[in-house]
Write a protein that binds this ligand. Structure first.
Ligand code: PNS
Length: 159
């Protein structure tokens, strides 16, 4: 049987517990999941791509079915190059929907054989975003339960 491979793309600057929850759900849908970090994002990231992949690799180290990669250019090109057929995206609130729908439909137009699947994280993560996590870290807020310990440590080192 052919292996079902999913790509979970994003900035992951940094990875949150919401991302981890989506990753665990994606893992149930696919034999292998590739966490794909966008390089050359227009936003200025807090952590370099190398830092982000290093952190994620540490966190998922126990699961051989999850790998970490980075990509530039079109996501669908990376997906096809990787032999994947699924793009996984997390949906939190309705406010995510419009942008995600546009992206999914554009990706479908570019690569009709690739399916985007939206997954919902646990409700307790529905308001967690990398942006808010960084803000909280900068202002000295408590990050317990919002990000993995590795990320919490790295944020503490930064601020
Ligand atoms: O976590 P993010 O920052 O919302 O992730 C956005 C991401 C990386 C999925 C998106 O920006 C992306 O796929 N960029 C690659 C460029 C691309 O393929 N664009 C066309 C899709 S409309």
């Amino acid at each position: 049987m052919t292996e079902r491979i999913a790509v979970y793309p994003g900035s992951f600057d940094p990875l949150t517990n919401g991302h981890l929850d989506i990753l665990a759900r994606a893992r149930r849908l696919a034999d292998r999941v590739i966490v794909a970090i966008l390089e050359q994002d227009q936003k200025t990231p807090l952590f370099s791509v190398e830092d982000r992949s290093g952190m994620i690799r540490d966190i998922v180290a126990g699961d051989p079915s999850i790998s970490v990669a980075s990509f530039s250019g079109l996501l669908v090109d990376f997906v096809i190059r990787s032999g994947a057929t699924i793009i996984v995206r997390g949906l939190r609130a309705v406010s995510d929907y419009e942008y995600e729908l546009q992206m999914a439909l554009m990706n479908r137009r570019l690569a009709p054989s690739v399916e985007t699947v939206f997954l919902m994280a646990k409700e307790e993560y529905s308001y967690v975003s990398s942006r808010l996590v960084k803000e909280l870290a900068r202002l000295g807020g408590d990050l317990t339960g919002l990000v993995p310990n590795t990320v919490r440590q790295r944020l503490a080192d930064r601020f």
